[in-house]
Design a protein. Sequence first.
Length: 73
Amino acid sequence: MNWRQFLTPVTSMDTDQARSFLADKKVEDVTILDVRQPKEYETGHIPGAVLVPLPELTDDLQRIDRTKPVMVY
């Protein structure tokens, strides 16, 4: 599977736009994908975020619900 096809179309957001996007959504309405390393995630993350470190992303694509919008950080 080509992960780039899975994550298109891509729209970039700044912090304020991301907050606004998430403001009216429930955690279960969107997949928040944290691609940082586990220690970074433990230090702090967006509530409800799914940790899939970037080097493992292609191996863990099945963990991402394709029916929901995906926000990656």
